[in-house]
Design a protein around this ligand. Structure first.
Ligand SMILES: [Zn+2]
Length: 205
């Protein structure tokens, strides 16, 4: 792929893959979610939900970034997707092939078939699910980076409190169901919720 994407947002700590794309969308100035998805992923928006958890279309890495950017497939898989949390539950050959891609780099023909199998086994995207966040993390992001982003940890099933702040993880107003039509950058969604989102400690009874 000779042509390059005009820029790729530098991933923030524990940012989920979907969020990196959201920040690309905002900064690209492209108004059509459909056009932005096509340019970035080379396909339609039906895959966007899965990018909350999975590294989709990694064969486009050379199109997204220059090799000297230091951004690698290994980094995207290990630091920006749910793979490390769920690798143990994958059947052996999925695990083995993914570990090879992490160790040896993304093969030229990509790992999209493998990712599709992983998505197929994914049981944790359910109806009525929203992107989630910790209010204190969002505040800290804004102070530190001037914007917030979707963190990976609150999206994982069973995570109810932020381990860093002890706050209850909250649902945002961004539903998974809407991702086929809209793109939900955290900086927009969480700004709207700003006034209503203090830290609430989880009460154990
Ligand atoms: Zn937090």
């Amino acid at each position: 792929m000779a042509q390059k994407l005009n820029f790729f947002p530098t991933p923030y700590p524990d940012e989920c893959f979907y969020s990196i794309f959201c920040r690309y969308y905002v900064r690209s100035g492209i108004s059509s979610p459909m056009a932005a998805t096509k340019l970035f992923f080379g396909c339609d928006r039906s895959l966007l939900v899965s990018t909350v958890y999975f590294p989709r279309k990694l064969e486009r890495l050379d199109y997204w970034v220059n090799p000297d950017s230091g951004i690698t497939g290994r980094q995207l898989i290990c630091e920006h997707t749910a793979y490390p949390y769920h690798s143990i539950s994958y059947v052996n050959d999925i695990y083995q092939q993914m570990e090879e891609a992490i160790q040896d780099g993304i093969p030229e023909n990509g790992i999209e078939n493998l990712i599709r199998r992983m998505v197929g086994k994914c049981k944790y995207v359910s109806a009525g699910q929203y992107l989630r966040y910790c209010p204190e993390c969002a505040k800290e992001d804004i102070k530190k980076y001037g914007e917030t982003y979707w963190h990976r940890l609150p999206q994982l099933p069973g995570v109810k409190i932020c381990p860093k702040h002890g706050c209850s993880v909250k649902n945002s107003s961004a539903p998974f169901e809407g991702m086929r039509v809209r793109i939900y950058p955290a900086s927009y969604i969480l700004r709207q919720m700003e006034d209503r989102t203090g830290c609430q400690k989880l009460q154990y009874k």
